[in-house]
Design a binder for this molecule. Structure first.
Ligand SMILES: [Zn+2]
Length: 593
């Protein structure tokens, strides 16, 4: 049985449909045009006939036939489906798109899980945790409003809870709450023993979680083993419903206030958002880190172009944050910076004295002012060198301001403060390239403070891109990764690709791409568009070194895990562990030679 989506895709090509809205030009294997979704002079909007997808390197948007129609017509998926069905001359069956049903399942299990964790936090057994959460300043109303929770060590009751609501263990896996343990096949809750913050999408549906470890004293009170080798915060991995780089914590609850106040306050942590809301600030979100991604900025941009950042760190000295700022400016945002006392986050400040926070907010400086101040602190601006270095420091930032009037305003301000001519600043700014702007932004990932697996994710996406580009390369991947750790997406994806028969039928790039989940598809598609644009080769020659490094990183991690297990002596079967260590070491040696 062929569903409507595939029927439409068979009859209509993305080039044909996009071509009805904008004028496309041939560019290598692809087509290009000036992007219909943002203002630009030179084309950075590409359409691929081979993958039936599109991507703009300017504003970052991209997708397939359906998303294009949704965006350009400003309609929901269902309406885009109807519109395209008419165009293709297809009669629609009862509306039942498979790709949205999987997402709905993930969303539904998400709220059941959040409910369970929340109940657990309020239970007798978790008293020490609840006490700690309240000491951090979170009151009862907020606990309820943000559904703060606690994930117990054992998963039996969690599984029981969701089964009672008609879900299965596999739904927990699909929702990213846990994974199967490789050797025993048992369910592992990746968040066990953590304080839980449910993360909703912009419609308010729970799509993911952030989990914080218990502080040592609380862990001891709960009779947990304390460990210092675990990340303080972890997040749900990418799922069918959760794309971290396009999600902001608290956005669903803040969006109305963002619209009415015409500004959005961006903070770093979950507690920051909760305490700010308690203190009466409703237009507050968290980026789960200090640098905003393109997807997050687009979300904010639907409601306001004014961002106020409140981070507890020296943002002028952080290059990742600076890239985020330049990216935001190049997308037309105006940015202000709130300065808090050193070493204090918004949550601390608000808990100590809300008035101090309110004053800091009132005194927020425009980002260029802020960086200008930092330039004055770090350079002797009375000397020619000091002036030169200051301008060099500020150039990328000035360059990234999208609006010409604003840019000219700030150049005048900088020139005046440094007591040099406006023309000379202009000249230097024109010479300087932004270190990061929407134009150069594509598949580079923002470093994220709470995730140590980014490097692996990036490599994995590169490997996926190779096998989509040339499905014949799947064999290389299978042959070269004989040993894969238990919780590994790559092995799962390979399994899917193999079992769906794509390898044999060789139906081409589009169907290989379709075996990944949506966020993965988008990232892989972006890598391919970029490779095609830059004429970068994707072949066995580029794949093999990548696989070697990937395998090394995985094996080293595995080795580290095994060693930790042995040191802790918390597993009975010592012999098996030692044998595993030997195996892994052997594999590592093979790669190294
Ligand atoms: Zn664009």
């Amino acid at each position: 049985m062929v569903d409507n989506v595939s029927q439409i895709k068979e009859r209509l090509s993305v080039v044909e449909v996009v071509g009805e809205y904008i004028k496309l030009q041939k560019a290598g294997v692809n087509f290009k045009a000036r992007c219909p979704f943002h203002n630009e002079k030179t084309p950075s909007f590409f359409v691929s006939d081979q993958r039936q997808s599109w991507k703009c390197f300017g504003c970052g948007m991209g997708g397939d036939l359906f998303t294009f129609v949704q965006e350009i017509e400003g309609v929901e998926f269902k309406e885009a489906l109807q519109l395209l069905a008419r165009k293709a001359g297809i009669e629609l069956q009862a509306y039942d798109a498979p790709r949205s049903s999987k997402r709905n399942q993930v969303v539904a299990v998400g709220s059941a899980v959040a409910e369970y964790f929340h109940q657990q936090l309020l239970s007798e057994r978790a008293q020490p945790v609840l006490k700690y959460v309240k000491e951090r300043g979170i009151n009862d109303t907020s606990l309820e409003f943000f559904m703060v929770g606690y994930a117990p060590l054992a998963s039996v009751h969690l599984i029981h809870h969701i089964q009672e609501r008609g879900f299965q263990q596999q739904d927990l896996i699909d929702a990213g709450v846990g994974y199967w343990r490789g050797t025993t096949g048992e369910f592992v809750n990746r968040f066990s023993g953590r304080i839980m913050f449910p993360i909703a999408n912009s419609q308010g549906n729970i799509v993911g979680f952030g989990g914080r470890v218990l502080p040592d004293s609380v862990a001891r009170a709960m009779n947990h083993k304390t460990r210092d080798d675990v990340a303080k915060y972890i997040n749900t991995p990418q799922t069918d419903a959760y794309d971290k780089s396009a999600t902001l914590y608290g956005f669903d609850k803040a969006k109305q206030a963002i619209r009415t106040s015409d500004s959005c306050i961006v903070m770093e942590g979950y507690t920051d958002v909760i305490l700010a809301r308690q203190a009466g600030y409703e237009n507050v979100v968290s980026a789960s880190g200090t640098s905003l991604t393109q997807g997050q900025l687009r979300l904010i941009g639907r409601f306001t172009k004014n961002i106020i950042t409140a981070f507890d760190m020296d943002i002028a000295g952080n290059s990742a944050t600076q890239r985020g700022i330049e990216l935001a400016q190049s997308m037309g945002f105006s940015l202000q910076v709130v300065q808090l006392e050193k070493g204090k986050d918004p949550a601390d400040t608000i808990q100590e004295d809300p008035a101090v926070f309110s004053k800091a907010l009132k005194d927020a400086q425009f980002v260029i002012e802020f960086y200008l101040k930092s330039a004055f602190e770090n350079h002797d601006v009375d000397t020619p060198q000091g002036k030169r270095d200051s301008v060099a420091f500020l150039s990328p930032l000035l360059m990234s301001i999208a609006n010409a009037v604003e840019r000219s305003h700030w150049i005048r301000v900088v020139a005046k403060r440094l007591d040099v001519s406006e023309d000379s600043v202009w000249e230097e700014v024109k010479k300087g390239q932004p270190t990061h702007s929407a134009d150069s932004y594509s598949t580079q990932k923002q470093p994220e403070k709470h995730e140590s697996r980014d490097h692996l994710d990036t490599m994995r996406d590169e490997i996926y891109a190779h096998i989509v580009y040339d499905p014949g390369l799947i064999k290389e991947v299978v042959d070269n990764i004989p040993f894969i750790g238990a919780d590994d997406t790559l092995s799962q994806v390979l399994q899917n690709v193999k079992s769906s028969g794509t390898l044999k039928k060789n139906k081409g790039k589009e169907s290989v791409l379709a075996s990944f989940n949506e966020p993965q598809q988008r990232r892989v598609d972006a890598i391919l568009f970029e490779a095609e644009r830059d004429k970068r080769e994707l072949s066995q020659k580029t794949l093999l070194p990548l696989l070697a490094i990937y395998q090394k990183v995985i094996l080293r991690q595995e080795l580290q895990n095994l060693r930790t297990q042995i040191e802790k002596g918390d597993t009975g079967d010592y012999e098996t562990l030692l044998q595993k260590v030997r195996q892994v070491t052997e594999h590592l040696n093979q790669i190294d030679t």
